[in-house]
Design a protein around this ligand. Structure first.
Ligand code: NAD
Length: 455
């Protein structure tokens, strides 16, 4: 597979395409490695993962530069992404000695629970945040005593391959953490269908997620799905409208809008609509688009020419965009920041665009804002801008989504739970429960002989 730099259109690497037979061999190696790994004392496993985290930290610049080359991410974002993989390993390592079960009061004996590892876990990752999303899966899965087979997206396998290399250099046992670059319907499908894979952690489109869930059902395989989104950014008239408008561009332009949490529907209360649009225009136009290797750059290109065509199809030729940014001329899969004005049923307001395109929709009151916000099959994230604490809480509780933020757009921290309602996903990742999601709870009852019998 040729790996193309989205900013220059140059082929930067060629990577082998894993076959079904190679997947079988990798699973067999993983099964063997997992048995030995799970038998290690918890403190030893934790030390291994801390060393892995240190190796990632020592190669942060190299990993970030790879991400710039294969995904076109601005270098500032890419450094954060590499740091996130390190932080996830440290957080997971710290959970190993804390993965304790419970002791439950029962008659006639002792009842205790254990968190048993699942075995071999497949992590299937998308191209939009290659390092963080892979690490959301592999770090807690390894920590909980599992082996991991990571299938990166076709376009972005380089950082995944380097991370696995760093794991080996840091002393992880052979076969425990393997990366299998290749096609979703081949390498990905072989992993999902393999009897010795106990759990699939899938992040990607809702369409593929549904197929994977159906296939997992055949073996009652465990599955976590992190899928698409169409998240609302709700701005009430009583908000600090200047701050809301200043923050809005980052919420749908960061990562060139290729973000499952992108706030791509901006709902604005009608009484401040004109003021908000006046403030939004200069904010969007000052978002710095350009060479991803320049630390001042905030937005790079889209991932591929095909994806750019898909994004373009959401912007009707007939209706001029309310706001349009600039992009560099010449090579690269550039697409300008675009703000449309529209209704809640427009195609761009309903489907996930996964590009730097937002639709602004007016609303009258709180009830209408909540109704529009929830009129979607997705339910991943959302933001509420208001100075009224009660409204902030009412609306946060009423919006059917997994990750809400008030007067902010932040939604992902490795130490807080993350996941979607409705068709945005199934299960939760990150946060205090991250390791438990890679275990089965086992209950053991031990009878205690009564005093009389022992005499
Ligand atoms: P995609 O569904 O096309 O591919 C995701 C991964 O699945 C890739 O590695 C691909 O090779 C693999 N795949 C494809 N077909 C497969 C099959 N039949 N069997 C097994 N694996 C298969 O998604 P994408 O275009 O890479 O990513 C974009 C999507 O990911 C967007 O919809 C976005 O919202 C979503 N996403 C969700 C989250 C979240 O946490 N909810 C995070 C990031 C991205």
């Amino acid at each position: 597979m040729d790996i193309v730099n989205p900013a220059t259109e140059e082929v930067v690497a060629t990577v082998p395409d894993t076959t079904r037979e190679e997947v079988d061999a990798a699973v067999a190696r993983a099964v063997k490695a997992q048995t030995a790994w799970a038998a290690l004392p918890p403190g030893d496993r934790a030390r291994h993962l801390r060393r892995f985290a240190d190796a990632v930290d020592a190669h942060l610049e190299e990993l970030a530069a790879l991400e710039v080359r294969e995904a076109g991410h601005p270098i500032g974002n890419a450094r954060w992404e590499a740091g996130n993989a390190r932080d996830l390993l440290e957080y997971a390592a710290a959970g190993i000695e804390r993965l304790s079960g419970s002791q439950i009061p029962v008659a006639g004996g002792l009842d205790v629970t254990f968190h048993e590892p699942l075995g071999v876990v497949a992590v299937i990752a998308p191209w939009n945040f290659p390092m963080p999303i892979a690490a959301w899966g592999f770090a807690p899965a390894l920590a909980a005593g599992n082996a991991v087979l990571l299938k990166p997206a076709e376009t972005t396998p380089l950082t995944a391959l380097r991370l696995a290399g760093l794991g080996l250099e840091a002393g992880l046992p052979e076969g425990l953490f393997q990366v299998l670059p290749g096609a979703g319907p081949v390498a990905g499908d072989a992993l999902v269908g393999h009897r010795d894979v106990a759990k699939v952690v899938f992040t990607g489109s809702t369409a593929v997620g549904k197929q994977i869930m159906a296939k997992c059902a055949a073996d009652v395989k465990r599955v976590t799905l992190e899928l698409g989104g169409k998240s609302p950014n709700i701005v009430f008239a009583d908000a600090d409208v200047e701050r809301a408008a200043a923050a809005a561009p980052g919420s749908f332009l960061d990562n060139t809008g290729q973000d499952c949490c992108a706030r791509s529907r901006i709902l604005v209360q009608r009484s401040v609509y004109d003021r908000f649009m006046e403030l939004l225009e200069p904010a969007v136009k000052s978002f710095v688009v350009g060479d991803p290797t320049d630390p001042a750059t905030q937005m790079g290109p889209l991932i591929s020419a095909a994806h750019r065509e898909r994004v373009r199809s959401y912007v009707p030729e007939s209706a001029p965009a309310a706001i349009r940014g600039e992009v560099p001329a010449g090579k690269g899969f550039w697409y300008p920041a675009t703000v449309l004005e529209g209704g809640p049923r427009d195609r761009a307001a309903v489907e996930e665009v996964f590009g730097p395109v937002a639709v602004v929709i007016p609303f009258e009151d709180e009830a209408e804002a909540v109704r529009i916000a929830n009129a979607t099959d997705y339910g991943l994230s959302g933001s509420v801008w208001t100075r009224d604490v009660s409204r902030a809480l009412r609306v946060s509780r009423a919006v059917a989504a997994g990750n809400l933020s008030v007067n902010s757009h932040s939604s992902v921290r490795y130490w807080t739970p993350f996941g979607g309602f409705k068709q945005s996903g199934l299960g939760r990742e990150l946060g205090p429960g991250a390791l438990s999601a890679f275990t089965e709870t086992k209950n053991v009852f031990i009878a205690i002989d009564p005093v009389e019998e022992s005499k």
